[in-house]
Design a binder for this molecule. Structure first.
Ligand code: 5GP
Length: 212
């Protein structure tokens, strides 16, 4: 029997470095794909349809949500976001891991429905000032939206202790190594129900033959 994939969930307030960390992980690791969410928010200039998000209307979102096509969904910063179910279930059953960049509300829903598959990581910024500076450097949002995102950061951070792992992102390279270590360790943990059972069975047979 093949191995079932892991659902690796990474949450953080906007600007804590989560997008860079998750992008690096996808580029470096094999056998892991990013879950592309649907959203009703407007596309930013740097974003590509189908890569960063599927940008859809509120009407399309409601149809997907009401017909059970979303694994989880939430309203964040006044827009709706959701995880399309089908792509995730296909990947997991084929033994591929799936990376999710979703908020605490979505993580909670995945915990409720798929706890055994989920490994969750929360990324904290090193300080409030650094978080603000990162949002300003990105320069893609208006001042009004940045203030809104800072207010929402406090709400998001309040849920840090619900996660399996917490990283304080002081140094991107170090945080990335830690995130990779989490994935490696969790992959090694999930050996039951895989080819390992057969391997250990043969090993025991061989030992019995050597020392009856
Ligand atoms: P942004 O608009 O900056 O891309 O994302 C805003 C927030 O929405 C981020 O915290 C991100 O993790 C979260 N988010 C993105 N996609 C989803 C999703 O499919 N479900 C949930 N629950 N949150 C999401």
């Amino acid at each position: 029997m093949g191995r079932r994939g892991i659902m690796l969930v990474v949450s953080s307030p906007s600007g804590a470095g989560k997008t860079t960390l998750t992008r690096n992980l996808i580029e470096t690791e094999e056998r892991i794909t990013l879950s592309v969410s649907v959203t009703t928010r407007a596309r930013r200039a740097s974003e590509i349809e189908g890569v960063h998000y599927h940008f859809i209307s509120m009407r399309q979102f409601e149809i997907m949500r009401d017909s059970g096509q979303l694994l989880e969904w939430a309203e964040v910063h006044g827009n709706c976001y959701g995880t399309p179910r089908e792509a995730v279930e296909t990947a997991l059953s084929e033994g591929r891991d799936v990376l999710f960049d979703i908020d605490w509300q979505g993580t909670r829903q995945l915990f409720e429905t798929m706890r055994k598959d989920v490994v969750s990581v929360f990324v904290l910024p090193p300080s409030a000032a650094e978080l603000k500076a990162r949002l300003e450097r990105r320069a893609e949002d208006s001042e009004e939206i940045i203030v809104k995102r800072l207010r929402n950061a406090a709400e998001e951070i309040a849920h840090w202790s619900e996660y399996d792992y917490v990283l304080v992102n002081r140094d991107l390279d170090k945080s990335f190594l830690r995130l990779r270590s989490i994935l490696t360790a969790e992959r090694l943990k999930r050996v039951h129900g895989t080819d390992m059972d057969g391997f250990v069975g043969s090993l025991l047979d061989e030992l019995k033959a050597l020392a009856p």
